[in-house]
Design a protein around this ligand. Structure first.
Ligand code: FMN
Length: 192
């Protein structure tokens, strides 16, 4: 089972990156294989049709598609901005939603997804997560119905930005295990 980690923030010192790093450690302990989508690969220019065909963007899109295609499960952790997922994450989805020539579906279709959110405030992105679930579902993803929303994230990290909160780590293990189990039957489905 291959898990792809996507952060909705490319910020240095991002709380969501810290949460995904802890998720990667827990997934590794559960014997899953993990790939993190590199920041530079997720950092597309803001999508519009006139730049879609540019060679550099197409090269980047091919690489993004390869990462998504190779994943059985995608774990996404996004900041909440005014109740919604980040503009950065929205842009990644928009690019990934573009179908490769000759394909009838985008690479996102049928992907099993688990959702996380981390915030410095108390709620951890609880307004954003159901909206992100609906958004990912609209792209053809199968989204695990439970989320991990981590509020007061700063207080759960040590000086090196590592998650020290056992309760949060347990929630990560639960979500990772359940989402990977959800992906098992999907792996066996014939493509539509
Ligand atoms: C424009 C803006 C809107 C924000 N809206 C919310 C919000 O609705 N809920 C929330 O919990 N935090 C909100 N925040 C705070 C972010 O959660 C915080 O900046 C977080 O650290 C960003 O994620 P990152 O650390 O992974 O980059 C907002 C921040 C900005 C700049």
């Amino acid at each position: 089972m291959n898990i792809l980690l996507i952060s909705g923030s490319t910020r240095k010192g991002s709380l969501n990156k810290s949460l995904l790093e802890a998720a990667a450690e827990e997934a590794h302990n559960l014997k899953y294989s993990i790939t993190t989508l590199p920041d530079e690969l997720a950092s597309f220019p803001l999508y519009h049709a006139e730049i879609e065909g540019d060679a550099a963007n197409q090269k980047q899109l091919t690489s993004l598609r390869q990462h998504i295609d190779a994943a059985d499960v995608i774990l996404i952790s996004s900041p909440e901005y005014n109740g919604f997922h980040s503009p950065h994450l929205h842009n990644v989805f928009t690019w990934a939603s573009r179908k490769e020539a000759g394909k009838t579906t985008s690479v996102l279709e049928g992907k099993v997804v688990g959702l996380l959110g981390a915030a410095p405030g108390p709620f951890g992105g609880v307004r954003m997560l159901p909206r992100l679930s609906s958004f990912a579902g609209d792209h053809g993803c199968w989204v695990h119905p439970r989320y991990v929303a981590v509020g007061n994230m700063g207080s759960r990290l040590n000086d090196a930005g590592q998650l020290t909160c056992d309760e949060t780590r347990q929630k990560l293990r639960n979500l990772i295990g359940e989402t990977c189990r959800m992906a098992e039957p999907v792996q066996q489905l014939e493509p539509a």
